[in-house]
Ligand binder design. Structure first.
Ligand SMILES: NC(=O)C1=CN([C@@H]2O[C@H](COP(=O)(O)OP(=O)(O)OC[C@H]3O[C@@H](n4cnc5c(N)ncnc54)[C@H](OP(=O)(O)O)[C@@H]3O)[C@@H](O)[C@H]2O)C=CC1
Ligand SMILES: CC(=O)C(=O)O
Ligand SMILES: [Mg+2]
Length: 608
């Protein structure tokens, strides 16, 4: 008998008739067989494999979110792990705990309160948090992600309770590797990093932007099945230019202006090197919510050196392209028959436009012709070639028209008569009634994507889009809108958000050990997602599969990517699996509790 088991026997001998006393307190779902003296967590479910990685005992287990099961620790586990008495005696299972979570979730007065509640749950009982988020994605994603995460970031100083992830400051330069070593997990495979300069459409939130990497990585696990231990949220604190935050006494970062120039670039270089030194060359690094002037150049600088992608440029491109592909089934057009008009010429818009050009080229169109289909409006109007010097970045220049300037979106829409209108400029209400009505006049089925986040930044509401087009439009938005009923028909607006893409990309990248993430990975993801949209979805107005199917979407995207990267030699996980989907499925995180009790353990004979 092991030392642990013999200690348990002694404990049990001290407690007369422990089993029968506890039995009367145990709720019906917790099986407790006095005859065989064996106890299982839940009669219906086979006992899952033993957690064998923990040397912790007692209160330390309850304080470790990835081990803690709260009241779901069985009697055996409580005895074996030294936690008997540290919990109420009643044992409940994970399903019952979920019922309690949902009751608490619904009882909260505001969405930010729900955010605080869910983050506290994550800090307390990780598996319970992920089971809830996985099984109630539609209800909970808007809380841990856009729109509520935006408000949570704005209030991060007040809401702050405990650190999640790494805070690396410009003043830590020279020591970043040592700081990375302070992170307790040894097997990190994916990092989401921001410097907080462009948080959603809310601008510079500095370190308060940490809510975004935390939220994105929660979706890595809930939507992509990536083990939470393998993920690491990081905020790079280089100061903030947000004057309100600079004066905020509760601001949790450096309140000096942003450090820029060579010092900033050296800092990012050191960070990238430290990640690889700590966790290996294939560590996936997702750049998130960097400002435009850094986002493009870091992507170019690092894309062939590290395993990186920029979600705002590339992930957004893929989800929007998928929506465009799906919309073709409604409009009956070929991709190249469309005219695209973008409000905004930033990370999102340039990313989407570039991927659409790639897709049109793959269909045999020349690059010039594909580019000619695209009209882009930035804060100074239509992108045109003869803007005063300095007016166009090289990315914008590619899409600049050789024609006279047009100042407003409304006039660009009239001039270009787009079939597809895409907004990503964080200008709320930019799609006015007259613009939407023009779209309805030019097209039998106008396609309208209001992609800006959070909801307060949306170019129009779902209701406006359907109402001003008499229910004829195909609509998607970056943040969710509730279903809209118009003339007796209910429309379910699609959520055109990169959340449909990045979990699947990350899953494929991690499992296959992708070295570099090429552009065609995003096109593949877009095509895969587009194909998953069925006639039934479209009939309901959905341009994407419902959020309840999103785990399956991620698996399919990852599988498509796996097939591609093994062919191209860009995978490093060998031997190559024959059945890629099965292989990936076997890596998926399972939020069900595991048992701490060895299969062979039974209650000692003298307990009855
Ligand atoms: N749904 C999704 O998955 C995603 C949504 N987004 C959202 O898209 C929005 C923009 O993000 P991103 O592209 O990264 O930001 P950027 O800062 O890179 O780009 C913003 C663009 O909007 C333009 N703009 C600003 N004001 C106006 C105006 N009044 N009229 C026309 N254009 C204007 C800017 O013009 P100029 O270049 O002249 O400054 C710039 O081109 C954000 O709200 C973000 O949350 C982003 C990523 C993913
Ligand atoms: C969704 C997202 O990445 C953004 O709005 O920035
Ligand atoms: Mg983003």
């Amino acid at each position: 008998m092991s030392v642990m088991a013999s200690r348990t026997v002694i404990k049990l001998q001290r407690t007369r008739n422990l089993a029968s006393i506890l039995n009367s307190q145990v709720r019906s779902s917790t099986a407790f067989h006095t005859s065989s003296k064996t106890c299982t967590q839940d009669e219906d479910k086979p006992r899952k494999k033993l957690i064998n990685h923990s040397r912790l005992r007692g209160i330390d287990i309850l304080r470790t979110p990835k081990l803690n099961k709260g009241q779901a620790f069985t009697l055996e586990e409580r005895q074996l792990m030294g936690i008997q008495g540290l919990l109420p005696s009643c044992v409940i299972n994970q399903d019952q705990q979920m019922t309690r979570v949902m009751a608490n979730f619904h009882n909260r007065k505001s969405d930010v309160d729900r955010y605080v509640y869910l983050m506290a749950l994550k800090d307390r009982n990780e598996r319970l948090f992920y089971r809830c988020l996985t099984e109630h994605t539609e209800e909970m994603m808007p809380i841990v992600y856009t729109p509520t995460v935006g408000q949570a970031c704005q209030e991060y100083g007040v809401l702050y309770r405990k650190p999640r992830g790494l805070f690396i400051s410009i003043h830590d330069k020279g020591h970043i590797y040592d700081m990375m070593c302070n992170w307790h997990e040894e097997d990190v495979k994916a990092i989401v990093v921001t410097d907080g300069e462009r948080i959603l459409g809310l601008g510079d939130l500095g370190v308060y932007g940490m809510g975004i990497p935390v939220g994105k990585l929660a979706l890595y696990t809930a939507l992509g099945g990536i083990t939470p231990d393998q993920t690491l949220p990081i905020v790079l604190d280089v100061g903030t230019n947000n004057e309100t935050l600079q004066k905020d006494p509760l601001y949790i970062g450096h309140n000096h202006p942003r450090v820029t120039g060579q010092a900033y670039d050296d800092f990012i270089d050191e960070f990238m090197e430290a990640v690889v030194a700590r966790y290996g060359q294939n560590t996936l690094i997702q750049f998130e919510d960097f400002a435009n002037h850094n986002a493009f150049r870091f992507l170019e600088k690092y894309r062939n050196k590290y395993c990186v992608f920029n979600d705002d440029i590339q992930g957004t491109a893929a989800v929007a392209a998928a929506g465009v592909f799906a919309s073709l089934k409604c409009t009956g057009k070929k991709l190249g028959e469309n005219v695209f008009c973008f409000q905004g010429a930033g990370e999102a818009s340039i990313g989407i436009a570039s991927l659409l050009v790639l897709a049109m080229e793959q269909e045999g169109m020349s690059s010039e012709e594909a580019i000619s289909k695209i009209w882009m409006v930035d804060s100074r109007g239509l992108l045109v070639k003869d803007r005063p010097a300095g007016g166009l970045t090289e990315h914008k220049l590619l899409f600049a028209k050789d024609q006279a300037p047009i100042d407003t979106l409304a006039d660009v829409v009239k001039a270009s008569k787009p079939s597809i209108l895409i907004g990503a400029a964080a200008v709320p209400g930019a799609f006015t009634e007259s613009i939407i009505k023009d779209m309805a006049m030019f097209n039998e089925k106008p396609v309208i994507f209001a992609l800006s986040n959070p909801t307060s930044m949306s170019e129009c509401t779902a209701e406006q889009a359907y109402k001003f087009t008499d229910g004829r439009c195909v609509f998607a938005s970056g943040s969710p809108f509730l279903p809209v009923t118009l003339n007796g028909k209910t429309f379910h607006p699609g959520q055109g958000n990169n959340a449909y893409i990045f979990p699947g990309i990350a899953l494929g990248a991690i499992v296959c050990g992708i070295r570099h993430i090429s552009e065609d990975v995003f096109l593949k993801a877009a095509q895969t997602l587009g194909k998953l949209v069925t006639e039934e979805h479209l009939a309901e107005g959905r341009l994407y599969p419902p959020l309840s199917d999103i785990q399956d979407v991620s698996l399919k995207i990852a599988t498509g990517i796996a097939e591609m990267v093994y062919k191209s030699g860009n995978a490093s996980t060998y031997p190559e699996p024959e059945n890629k989907e099965e292989f990936i499925r076997n890596h998926l995180y399972d939020a069900d509790y595991e048992s701490f009790v060895p299969e062979t353990w039974t209650w000692p004979d003298n307990v009855n």
